[in-house]
Design a protein around this ligand. Sequence first.
Ligand SMILES: NC(=O)c1ccc[n+]([C@@H]2O[C@H](COP(=O)([O-])OP(=O)(O)OC[C@H]3O[C@@H](n4cnc5c(N)ncnc54)[C@H](OP(=O)(O)O)[C@@H]3O)[C@@H](O)[C@H]2O)c1
Length: 261
Amino acid sequence: MSAEPRALITGASAGLGAEFARQLASKGKDLVLVARRLEPMQELAAELTDEFNVAIDIIQADLSKTDATARLFAEVNDRGMTVDYLINNAGAVGPDLLTERDWPEQQAYIELMMTSVAGMCHHFIPPMQSRGFGRVLNVASVAGHVSLAGDTSYGPTKAYLIALSKGLAATVRPQGVYVLALCPGFTHTEFHQSPELTRMKSRSPTILWYDAEVVVHEGLAALEKGKTVYISGRLYRYLVPVLKSRIGAWLMTRMGVKRDY
Ligand SMILES: NC(=O)c1ccc[n+]([C@@H]2O[C@H](COP(=O)([O-])OP(=O)(O)OC[C@H]3O[C@@H](n4cnc5c(N)ncnc54)[C@H](OP(=O)(O)O)[C@@H]3O)[C@@H](O)[C@H]2O)c1
């Protein structure tokens, strides 16, 4: 096993997480892959080890469980690994806060989207501060910049990640730790597989959709430059101010992203 510090990526079994793994491995970085589904991570690990000759550990974890991040940190330590790149990427579409009545499900969603990211930062950033080097990338979203009627869960959790990243970045920068909130717009991954989101995808202009490769490439470059909040995709950098306006709300309604009550 390599003693080199590793990049730990949550949500590494699909989409952006798998792409973070690919691009970091291509730079020679040893990895720790984290998600619930083992098989896709095993396939990815075999492929990347073959192609880039890097060491890859896999840890199965459900980040919607309260004790998941403490267990994960303990497991990383037990395996004798240190982490200098932390990519908090795991995420999902969640239950509507008002119309869906299962509160434990709501809590599990909040745990995954917000508390687990805070937990990962709580456990993994102090050792980075002590070593004088660290890189933390929290995958937020354009949705974290825009408040829309009907989005009472996903967007607000991403707004928290943006605020958390800004606070952390300002705090730990003097110790050589950079923290970035990466805010992608629509990206081709497994994220939009529900019938509702598949319909939304088919109605929205293709120009709004980016490949995971581009988003991850821009994100890692922004992280190295020490940026704190970065909207990936030039189009979205122009669009975000528009989306915050009335015209933006109207456009989103037309695309079916904003639900009407
Ligand atoms: N795609 C987009 O348009 C878009 C836009 C902006 C931001 N984002 C954000 O990008 C991040 C990655 O999403 P994606 O687009 O790559 O979606 P994806 O293809 O659906 O991948 C989501 C990843 O998160 C993991 N995950 C979900 N629930 C988990 C749990 N309870 N515990 C551990 N891991 C869990 C999944 O792994 P398992 O199912 O194996 O656990 C999977 O690896 C998310 O934070 C998402 O909010 C996506």
